[in-house]
Design a protein around this ligand. Structure first.
Ligand code: PLP
Length: 391
């Protein structure tokens, strides 16, 4: 019954059900928006106004007066552009590492000549702000620090409200990857003093992949613009955006259809109300975790659970890869394992954006519970019933 109900209107590439932590399902009105007639985004100044309006909606969702740019390229472009524009050779950069994306920032820092220093902690826990403060008391000579809001391979959430304010007290710029956070978690850019906020279209915003959002504080802009050396590269240079609105000029042709779709996806969020959207996410996330535990499974994390993805450990005698493949082959649904070294250890259920809905998550949990039992997992309980009991 469920499959008939949910399967409706899902005809697309392979007609698959996708429950991954991004890219997420795209609502029909957003998909259709991309098929509309467009204008020339380089020449028609109406598009500049439209683009700015879309950027302002991102800033609004992030509770900040800071300016947002939308760049043509997936989330990774935002991460790299922030590092490319902030880093001058020899600059010391603090790379806060309690997850795979957190660790990965080091690559960008190094590519642009920075002297990256790791602050590492247990991947099963959120960053302990007090311990980070102890570290900073001893060493705080950093131009900027990178950190991840929701580190998707494990689902760990860091308290960016505390960490960014702490960094600010030490005069360290904060660069936050909230690609998998914004739109599903509360972000208060101004109150929390976040200097660089990075997002992507394909996660909780539930627009198609291909765009990244970069929101910059005035302090970040000043530091970027007062570099002694020039930025290596053009596409990753955020300074080229400085006067785009005044000059009605874009550094390259904007992917107008993608931006129109993102604009509508942001309207979907604003129309529902950002508080309601976040509540919808936390309700789903909370019941998902409780249901998995009630089913006898172990969550990967000890604390710092995010609203947008849940990682659970697959019993060793089954293995995450086998479970993933079985669900794919038997039920035509895509769930994801994790990145190395956790690729055969955990399964991640994406419940972000349009996937953070009762009908989506209940379908996903039904499949997972059934598949686990098919593969020999023993429980008297039913995963979907457990979820319904908690939701
Ligand atoms: C998805 C995501 C990105 C963007 O990277 P892709 O893996 O290429 O989609 C960046 N940071 C985080 C935390 C993400 O979840």
């Amino acid at each position: 019954y469920l499959s008939i109900f949910i399967g409706k209107g899902r005809l697309g590439m392979n007609n698959k059900f996708v429950y991954t932590p991004g890219p997420t399902n795209v609502r029909d009105n957003v998909r259709l928006e991309r098929s509309k007639v467009t204008t020339n985004p380089d020449i028609d100044t109406d598009f500049v106004e439209f683009y700015k309006g879309t950027c302002d909606k991102v800033s609004k969702i992030l509770n900040t007066k800071n300016e947002t740019y939308i760049l043509c390229g997936e989330g990774i472009l935002g991460l790299e552009a922030a590092c490319a524009t902030l880093t001058e050779p020899g600059d010391r950069v603090l790379v806060i590492n309690n997850g795979i994306f957190g660790k990965g920032f080091m690559d960008f820092v190094k590519i642009y000549g920075g002297d990256g220093v790791y602050y590492s902690s247990d991947y099963r826990k959120e960053i302990d702000t007090d311990k980070l403060n102890e570290f900073l008391q001893r060493d705080h000579d950093f131009k900027y620090a990178t950190l991840v809001h929701c580190d998707t391979p494990t689902g760990v959430k860091n308290d960016i409200s505390k960490i960014c304010r702490l960094l600010n007290e030490y005069g360290i710029l904060s660069v936050v990857d909230s690609v998998a956070g914004m739109g599903g978690e509360e972000v208060k850019g101004d109150d929390w003093k976040i200097d660089v906020l990075l997002g992507g279209s394909q996660k909780a915003f539930s627009a198609p992949p291909g765009l990244t959002t970069v929101t910059l504080s005035n302090r970040a802009k000043e530091v970027m613009e007062s570099r002694k050396t020039s930025v290596v590269g053009f596409y990753c240079n955020l300074n080229i955006w400085k006067n785009y609105y005044i000059e009605k000029w874009f550094p390259y042709t904007m992917p107008i259809s993608d931006i129109m779709a993102l604009d509508l996806a942001l309207d979907n969020i604003l129309d529902e109300g950002i508080e309601n959207v976040i509540l919808r996410h936390s309700k789903v996330a909370d019941a998902t975790r409780k249901a998995l535990q009630g089913f006898g499974l172990e969550l990967f994390l000890e604390n710092g659970f995010c609203n947008t993805v849940t990682a659970f450990k697959v019993p060793e005698y089954i293995g995450a890869v086998k479970l993933k493949n079985y669900i794919n082959d038997k039920y035509n649904a895509i769930i994801s394992t994790s990145l190395k070294p956790y690729d055969n250890e955990i399964i991640r259920i994406g419940h972000m954006g349009e996937n953070a809905r009762l009908e989506e998550i209940s379908y996903a949990l039904n499949l997972i519970g059934k598949a686990l039992k098919d593969l020999g997992y023993v429980s008297e309980k039913n995963l979907l019933d457990l979820f319904n009991g908690y939701y």
